[in-house]
Design a protein. Structure first.
Ligand code: 1HN
Length: 345
């Protein structure tokens, strides 16, 4: 049933009188906000090749000193949302951030949750909630809502990382703001060391200073080893994937977005069923063809792409003789909390 009355069917003076009273009729807009079966999605399948971002990002390093930028980032904007909205999807923001040797991105905290996936370079670190987290290619570092964070760089080459935030959702909900701070004192201890051993956890009753986020850094070496071991242990397993979780609770690491790493076996094609969340794919090692809703992208190392929800996605390892590894982000935790998470097969 799509034949609801249109706005043009109403007398002009009637519509004007309503508008003067801050009133609008629902029925001309009802199908727009509540379409049949499938939501309206602005998110388009999009590919951001790293090799074409990189020169522009390095140029930003010459044009804009860190003091003038605070965070020197080129935003990966989905054209379906309009570039100025700085959205990859409804809830996800993506940006490539550059920190040059000796630079300092000062301490602040904010309501949006962030993670960083390190793309290039050695010697930089993020201090999160007093914990110094070294950055190496493929590492995932969390800066969950409300935690102080600042970035420094003691190395000799540019460092680049991919920021993933739930900023669009927080902004839409009118809860997005930041607070500036001062340089943090680094406290000893590393959550990733305390939680590095499978099957055993520090006994919660004896842990001093309970933390909602006990682990802030997920080293790539550990994640890759977990994927390779899983693949070797389950030779017929199609979906060789891990979820980044809070080791104390087993829940997703953050409240809104979910993070995963996937291994594609040599030559493998994996079909991901249509699910409600939009997804982001970032190739950590290898080469992967991403196909979704009639679009197809060939991703090489450090490339990023996103796909809308309610569409199936196929991922093909372009390497016939070696596995490829993909970091993924999606909106599953949000959809589950909203009660709208769906798998459609
Ligand atoms: C932010 O705080 C960082 O701390 C990076 O590195 C990107 C994008 C929007 C809002 C805050 C950072 C950000 C951001």
């Amino acid at each position: 049933m799509n034949d609801l009355g249109r706005l043009e069917d109403l007398p002009v003076e009637y519509v004007e009188e309503m508008r003067r009273q801050n009133l609008v009729p629902l029925w001309p807009s009802l199908r727009g906000v509540l379409p049949p079966r499938v939501p309206t999605r602005q998110t388009r399948p999009t590919h951001w090749p790293y090799q074409s971002i990189r020169p522009l990002l390095l140029r930003a390093g010459e044009l804009t000193p860190i003091e003038k930028a605070e965070r020197r980032v080129l935003v990966l904007a989905n054209p379906g949302h309009g570039l100025d909205k700085m959205q990859a999807s409804a809830a996800m923001y993506l940006g490539m951030q550059l920190l040059l040797p000796g630079e300092w991105a000062p301490s602040h905290r904010h309501t949006p949750n962030a993670v960083r996936m390190i793309v290039e370079g050695e010697g930089a670190y993020t201090t999160v909630d007093g914990e110094k987290c070294p950055m190496s290619r493929g590492d995932l570092i969390l800066t969950p809502t409300g935690l102080w964070h600042e970035h420094g760089h003691d190395g000799s080459d540019p460092v680049v990382w991919l920021d993933v935030l739930d900023l669009p959702l927080m902004f839409y909900a009118e809860v997005s703001y930041h607070v500036n701070g001062t340089r943090q004192d680094v406290v000893p201890g590393q959550g990733d060391r305390r939680h590095a051993h499978g099957g055993v956890l520090p006994t919660p009753a004896f842990v001093r200073g309970h933390k909602d986020y006990p682990m802030l850094r997920y080293p790539w070496a550990e994640v890759k080893a977990a994927l390779l071991d899983l693949a070797a242990d389950e030779p017929t397993l199609e979906h060789v994937q891990i979820t980044y979780v809070n080791p104390q609770t087993g829940a997703d690491v953050e409240n809104v977005l979910g993070f995963y790493a996937l291994m594609l076996r040599p030559g493998q094609t994996l079909r991901l069923p249509a699910r409600s969340p939009a997804q982001v794919f970032h190739v950590v090692e290898g080469a992967v063809r991403v196909q979704c809703a009639g679009a197809g992208f060939d991703l090489i190392e450090a490339d990023t792409s996103c796909t809308p929800g309610y569409e199936s996605v196929s991922l093909s390892n372009a390497r016939p003789d070696a596995p490829s590894f993909v970091f993924m982000a999606d909106e599953s935790p949000l959809h589950r909390k909203l009660g709208v998470y769906e798998v459609r097969g």
